[in-house]
Design a protein around this ligand. Sequence first.
Ligand code: UD1
Ligand code: UDP
Length: 368
Amino acid sequence: MKVSVVLGTRPEIIKMSPLIRELEKRDVDFNVVHSGQHYDDEVSGIFFRQLELDEPDRYLSVGSGSQGEQTGRALMKLEKAFQELGTEIVLVQGDTNTVLAGALAGVKMGLTVGHVEAGLRSYDYRMPEEYNRRLADHSSHLLFAPTEECSETLKNESVWGDIHITGNTVIDACIQNMDIAEKNADLSFEVPEKFVLVTAHRAENVDDPNVQENFIETFRAMDIPMIYPIHPRAEERFKMNDNLKRLKDIENMKLVPPQGYLEFLLLMKESEFIITDSGGIQEEATAPNIRKKVLVLRESTERPEAVEAGYCTVVGTKKEKMIKEIEDLKKEAWSPDKSPYGNGKAAEKIVDILERYKQEPYEASSHM
Ligand code: UD1
Ligand code: UDP
């Protein structure tokens, strides 16, 4: 069982790290292939160091580009890497272009593909991620669904592969790293006693000048300090519209570079609440050692479980609604429930399934 763990962006490195640890622990023959979709140290290298991961076995330097260009380059380079490495099982995680390329390269070579975080759907067809996750699910033999709801979605879509409910490895990562964060996080700026943590980077938000304007107006209306570690995409897009300076000049806004994982864990834990369009942060907020309310700056979410459990509220991207929801939140008494994303043992469950699979390889499909 020669496993290739494919990753390429910040959230994939974080969410694959518990799985890499578990594969190491059980002496599985595996390697790590980094597509190079994210390449700056602040969104890639730092996570390898902080999570104490070995250098990837292959680094493919795919880099940035249009959707097709980036996905196509990754597909070609991943195919070559799997050939060289003698890959039998490809593991991809999430919904990035790297994931789609990894799943396609795998099925086209007749390899077994496992999709970690399968079955999420936003039904927002503006999002490149929605196509990536759907196509990856329908190209996978092993589908690791984080929740019962995701598993139902996959059954309703009659995916060919075998569905397993495992929880989400992001909870494993939070549990494994929070103590380390509390000891070692090295924040290079002053953190106010009370603050709101902000992130926004989704293409359908930051690539749209109207949404940028709505965000700026909303942040201007905030009467509590905000810390916004700005993603490279968002920084570039705000700058293109001459909005970066306007964002920086907002009175309560502290705009800081993307943070390492340890620093970001601590910021989530210490914040009053979180305003974000991130996917992973919606899940992390439900971790037993974080438990924070999240206002989701989007029109939809592929994480309805976090909404149902009371952690997340989808507030859209119109300034009146965003401002009203922030005001309402200050009045709201809230007692968090347990995480819908599992108990921190997702990686163990996934490797159990892989080891069982080794004895009894996949047969197409029980769900057709
Ligand atoms: C990608 C994923 C998104 C995920 C995010 C995680 C897709 C379609 N999108 O979005 O789902 O939430 O990663 O953070 O796969 N850039 C840099 N340095 C880097 C990488 C990117 O400056 O190391 C800048 C470049 O200007 C680039 C832009 O960010 O054009 C976008 O990068 P890209 O990888 O295409 O998508 P993300 O927006 O990062
Ligand atoms: N994160 C981080 N530093 C930051 C912002 C986010 O380490 O400055 C982590 C965060 O804890 C989460 C992941 O990055 O695990 C989320 O990544 P992102 O929001 O870029 O992508 P998404 O989850 O939306 O795909």
